[in-house]
Design a protein around this ligand. Structure first.
Ligand SMILES: Nc1ncnc2c1ncn2[C@@H]1O[C@H](COP(=O)(O)OP(=O)(O)OP(=O)(O)O)[C@@H](O)[C@H]1O
Length: 255
């Protein structure tokens, strides 16, 4: 049984059907990529998984927690890097990580160790005592990643994990996510980035019009081009070209 389970999730906002019977599982040991164009329903699904919205229908579970019935317990146990999330402007990274540790009932000494480890790993040691309001967007993203992994959760939900990070840190975060999943944890990554999905995921689900329309696994040649179709081909097969016409990277460029 999957660590993350979405079964028939349906949610509309007024007349807009944002998610329409979304179904998938993510097991321990997997980096699952949730890949889709703008408006496909990725954020709405993530919001349901983190207890921020009440589904119209369907069942959602993360580490056997029901995010609708127990949103606080879910957020305590799971690591979450939300879309465009930022740490509180009036706290420093050290204060924020102390606060997160407190909410999760972690020992202060453990939180101090993990704060050192993560600030060193992501390169924000020199900013630990600077107010977030004085940090760059990328530095704030690093703090958001640190808070999600602070308690070494068995499952993490991440929206655009590499947004705003410099190339060196992007490489570190990619490698870390792969290693984290290999350590028997479930990693869910929502992204627009086909290359990143192909590079780090063990399985990719393609989302269009509020549902999962295709899946590709490592056995299909995900990322190494050995399959019949590349991830880009599968993506284009299922996504309305009108919706992607403004995305230059999706055009085939002849040398
Ligand atoms: N609060 C809301 N009120 C009304 N409509 C909404 C709301 N949130 C999302 N929607 C609509 O639901 C659909 C799915 O949106 P969602 O944010 O889940 O897509 P997404 O795949 O995350 O898109 P993006 O990649 O652009 O972030 C879109 O048509 C969007 O306009």
């Amino acid at each position: 049984m999957g660590s993350i389970r979405v079964d028939g999730l349906t949610k509309s906002y007024g007349d807009v059907q944002a998610v329409d019977g979304m179904t998938f599982d993510v097991d321990r040991g997997e980096v699952f990529g949730f890949l889709g164009p703008n408006g496909a329903g990725k954020t709405t699904t993530l919001r349901a998984l983190t207890g921020q919205i009440r589904p119209d229908a369907g069942d959602v579970r993360v580490l056997d927690c029901d995010p609708v019935a127990a949103p606080i317990e879910t957020r305590r146990r799971v690591g979450i890097v939300p879309e465009r999330g930022s740490p509180p402007s009036f706290l420093t990274p050290r204060e924020y990580l102390e606060f997160v540790g407190d909410v999760r009932d972690l020992e202060p000494e453990y939180v101090r160790e993990r704060t050192e480890l993560w600030s060193d790993r992501l390169g924000f040691c020199s900013k630990l005592d600077t107010l977030h309001t004085d940090l760059s967007r990328g530095q704030q993203q690093k703090v958001m990643i640190a808070q999600a992994f602070l308690h070494e959760p068995d499952a993490v939900l991440i929206d655009e994990p590499l947004a705003n990070l410099d190339p060196l840190v992007q490489e570190q975060v990619k490698r870390f996510l792969v290693a984290y999943a290999a350590d028997d944890n479930a990693v869910f990554v929502s992204t627009h980035n086909i290359d990143v999905a192909a590079e780090i995921c063990t399985r990719v689900g393609i989302v269009a019009d509020g549902r999962l329309v295709a899946e590709r696994t490592l056995e299909d040649g995900l990322g190494d081009g050995s399959g019949d179709d590349s991830l880009l081909d599968v993506f284009l097969e299922h996504v309305d070209p009108d919706e992607t016409r403004d995305v230059p990277s999706l055009e085939r460029v002849e040398p």
